[in-house]
Write a protein that binds this ligand. Structure first.
Ligand code: APR
Ligand code: PHB
Length: 389
């Protein structure tokens, strides 16, 4: 098989890139390790910055998002037991779109189906070859059958555990990483959300987050330890712990119910540099991971896809390779800003086991400062709604 751009991974990054390129007549093949059902059943975060929502529209898959998604003009942070609002719209002119990533992936798949895009599932043992030449190719296996895809470029959109980053020689790649000694225990429940906007909670017992997927579907998180296992957390224990962390009004009015899904996510900050090696380009979680606190995961992937898409258009339509040459540097500049914000907000809102009293006071005084200074809130808000690409 031959294509122009071979893409590894059918997460939001890979599907979005293939959809955008297809609309401009550039041929792609997406190779995905799992089944379509598996990809569509993963529960992921649910906040889209306005840049990403715009990209969904550009990719002609934004209709359902615009109908069912909800624009949030702000969110709350609680600390010392009190609620304070960050007025995103007032501070930046933009809100964010609350729309589950599971739904968004479904829309991208439908977009790919409509255009007749090629997404190959259950592709085992996917491997990039000859990435330092201008004739790279991919191989994969389905059952006992081996296949080969020849292409001009390979894009690794295969997430943190994918194969593409590992295909770059170790001495050509530099990793930067923090593994936080905590996790997020998340519960999805068919209950009305406790508040119409998100609540990020800094409490003595640790962080909590009240989020949602719709008017009848809530997503809640509590900070747990790295050693905690889902089996340690019955629904009753989860709700009791969440209530202890919430301010009194929210704890008193929250509606609880059986969990539909319960999982623990580790917290990690990670960047690999550079994001290009020869004819292999990395995008999204394949190159960088953020802790979920600032809702930057998908949104950091969005700018990679934006730069790469435009660079590929310049290559195919104008014979101009400046965008491809500059991709890694340009993408990393924005990636690092998203990393800084996620790291800062994570430090601000969680309780860490090794924090001393001085550092604890610093956290509270930083929150006091935030809610006494419009400039500080504006800085938070512009990062949360998304810095320009
Ligand atoms: N071969 C083929 N596919 C692979 C391989 C492999 N060796 N390894 C991983 N994959 C697939 C995964 O099964 C997954 O479907 O690559 C895809 C990667 O998708 P994500 O992890 O969602 O990564 P990305 O698309 O960059 O996501 C960006 O959206 O879903 C969130 O947490 C994610 O916030 C991040 C953002
Ligand atoms: C979610 O709804 O899952 C969610 C929302 C905001 C975050 C992280 C996760 O910062």
């Amino acid at each position: 098989m031959r294509t122009q751009v071979g893409i590894i991974g059918a997460g939001p990054s890979g599907l979005m890139l293939s959809q955008l390129l297809h609309l401009k007549g550039i041929d792609t093949v997406v190779l995905e390790r799992h089944s379509r059902d598996y990809v569509l059943n993963r529960i992921r975060a649910g906040v889209l910055e306005h840049n990403f929502a715009e990209m969904m529209r550009e990719a002609r898959v934004g209709e359902r998002m615009d109908r069912e998604g909800e624009i949030h003009d702000g969110f709350d942070i609680t600390y010392r037991g009190e609620r304070h609002r960050i007025d995103l719209k007032g501070l930046t002119g933009h809100g964010v779109m609350v729309y589950g990533q599971t739904e968004l992936t479904r829309d991208l798949y439908e977009g790919r189906d409509k255009l007749g895009g090629t997404v190959i599932h259950n592709a085992e043992d996917v491997r990039p070859h000859d990435i330092t030449t201008d004739k790279p190719y991919l191989t994969y296996r389905i059952g006992d059958e081996r296949h080969r895809v020849d292409c001009d470029f390979i894009v690794g959109c295969d997430g943190f555990h994918g194969v593409s980053r590992k295909s770059i020689p170790a001495d050509k790649l530099r990793d930067f990483e923090i593994v936080y000694p905590i996790g997020w225990l998340g519960v999805l429940s068919r209950t009305p959300p406790v508040s119409h906007e998100l609540i990020y909670v800094n409490s003595d017992r640790g962080f909590a987050l009240c989020s949602m997927r719709s008017h009848v579907l809530s997503r809640y998180y509590v900070q747990c330890t790295s050693e905690d296992r889902v089996e340690d957390w019955s629904d009753d224990r989860f709700w009791a712990e969440l209530k202890r962390r919430l301010p009194a009004d929210a704890a008193g009015s929250i509606v609880t119910g059986p969990s539909i899904e319960k999982s623990i996510a580790p917290l990690r900050s990670f960047v690999a540099e550079p994001m290009r090696y020869g004819t292999l380009f990395l995008a999204g979680d394949a190159a960088h991971i953020v802790p979920p606190t600032g809702a930057r995961g998908l949104n950091s992937a969005a700018s990679d896809i934006h730069y790469l898409y435009r660079a590929m258009l310049d290559h195919y339509q104008n014979g101009d390779d400046a965008g491809l040459e500059g991709y890694s540097q340009k993408a990393l500049a924005r990636v690092w800003k998203g990393q800084r914000f996620s790291w800062w907000l994570t430090k601000l809102l969680h309780r860490f086991p090794d924090t001393n009293d001085f550092e604890q006071r610093m956290q509270l005084v930083e929150l006091d400062y935030l809610f006494s200074s419009e400039a500080a809130r504006k800085s938070l808000a512009e990062n949360y709604v998304g810095l320009p690409f």
